[in-house]
Write a protein that binds this ligand. Structure first.
Ligand code: NAG
Ligand code: NAG
Ligand code: CU
Length: 176
């Protein structure tokens, strides 16, 4: 039994490591930052639709003062209801680490939410498939440019699988 617990801990640690290694940081709204968007309510939903978020990714709400970042329920988001905030940060910039699932952000200052300072994001759980870039072909040529090739890095999958194999070995050792 103890060894099974050990296996679970080891596998969980590997998954956490994989999540940390692949976490991305996003500046909400890019150069716009976190403000009442001049383009209205579609601005932050457009921004969100351009990204695929994963649990563990960090959203940076770039503002200094005059705004806030509150997380609310979907209903309160739709209604711009500021009465039941789940979390609240009033001093920017704010870094928010995403959990899997939907998170609803609004600004509580004045009518900023109604005016479009609201962001809903969906983060997929760790372990969901991610796309990998297609291999690039290098151009042939007599130029003799000796660009050093990047050293191969063990992939996340490799690391998780390696840890899992070690875990299985531990189980076998303990039960035989
Ligand atoms: C945050 O906003 C300030 C003021 O607009 C800008 O100078 C800075 O580059 C922004 N930071 C990031 C990380 O985008
Ligand atoms: C927030 O994230 C930015 C970009 O990764 C980083 O430079 C900054 O140190 C972080 N701030 C905090 C308080 O973690
Ligand atoms: Cu605001």
């Amino acid at each position: 039994m103890a060894s099974l617990v050990a296996v679970i801990v080891v596998v969980a640690a590997a998954l956490v490591q994989a999540a940390a290694a692949s976490a991305k940081t996003y500046i909400v709204g890019d150069s716009l930052g976190w403000q009442v968007p001049p383009g209205g309510v579609v601005v932050y939903s457009d921004w969100a639709s351009q990204h695929k978020f994963m649990a563990g990714d960090i959203l940076v709400f770039n503002f200094t003062s005059g705004h806030s970042v509150a997380t609310v329920s979907m209903d309160d988001f739709d209604a711009c209801n500021t009465d039941h905030v789940i979390t609240l940060k009033e001093n920017g910039p704010v870094n928010y680490t995403l959990d899997s699932g939907d998170t609803y952000f609004i600004c509580l200052v004045d009518d900023h939410c109604v005016e479009g300072q609201q962001l809903a994001v969906t983060a997929s759980a760790i372990g969901s498939p991610t796309s990998s870039p297609a291999p690039r072909s290098s151009p042939d040529g007599p130029s003799g440019n000796n660009t050093p090739l990047p050293l191969p890095q063990p992939s996340l999958a490799t690391r998780v699988i390696t840890t899992f194999v070690i875990s299985i070995a531990l189980v076998i050792t303990n039960f035989c």
